[in-house]
Design a protein around this ligand. Structure first.
Ligand SMILES: Cc1cc2nc3c(=O)[nH]c(=O)nc-3n(C[C@H](O)[C@H](O)[C@H](O)COP(=O)(O)O)c2cc1C
Length: 152
């Protein structure tokens, strides 16, 4: 597909939100299952991170699809206080290795998360966009390392 055809500009959305109640593994699996399936169909890629009660997610893809997903996310009762950190036009996909990957509780990712969130009193709402992107990138690289180690 030619991404620059009318209606197919590429956008990136990054946001932070707070989980409603204590999210169990089953609910998290459900979110991941829905996301991987939908995103694959719609040419959306990204990374979701859950730390304590905070979600941090970046998603990239066709602008119309990202807007449709934004509306669904705003109406999703499983999280609240959604705050958009970034909505921008991008030249190319940075996250196209993953339809959706997640970083939550592995010990290494905890270390990475703590390092980035330390300056924010562990409140993900205080992350700048630059910090959010590098944090997600580091978590993504680590997840990829773990997956390839499993495959070996
Ligand atoms: C933190 C969080 C992240 C989500 N990420 C995605 C996503 O990347 N893609 C997606 O399609 N749905 C995602 N969802 C789910 C959507 O809000 C919505 O429930 C879903 O897209 C509806 O899909 P359905 O029409 O197939 O039921 C997410 C939900 C939460 C709470």
């Amino acid at each position: 597909m030619n991404w620059n055809d009318k209606g197919h500009y590429l956008s990136r959305l990054t946001y932070v939100s707070r989980a409603v109640g204590k999210l169990g593994q089953e609910q998290l699996d459900e979110i991941m299952e829905q996301s991987s399936k939908n995103n694959l169909e719609q040419g959306i890629y990204g990374m979701l991170c859950l730390y304590q009660q905070y979600f941090l997610q970046t998603i990239e893809g066709p602008r119309d699809k990202i807007n449709q997903l934004l509306k669904r996310l705003l109406n999703d009762q499983r999280h609240q206080d959604m705050e958009v950190i970034e909505f921008s036009e991008i030249e190319q996909l940075n996250w196209n290795r993953w339809s959706m990957d997640i970083a939550s509780s592995s010990e290494l990712s905890e270390q990475i998360l703590k390092r980035y969130l330390k300056d924010t009193d562990f409140n993900a709402f205080y992350l700048t966009n630059d910090k959010a992107q590098t944090l997600l990138r580091e978590l993504g690289d680590q997840a990829e390392g773990e997956n390839s180690a499993e495959a070996d």
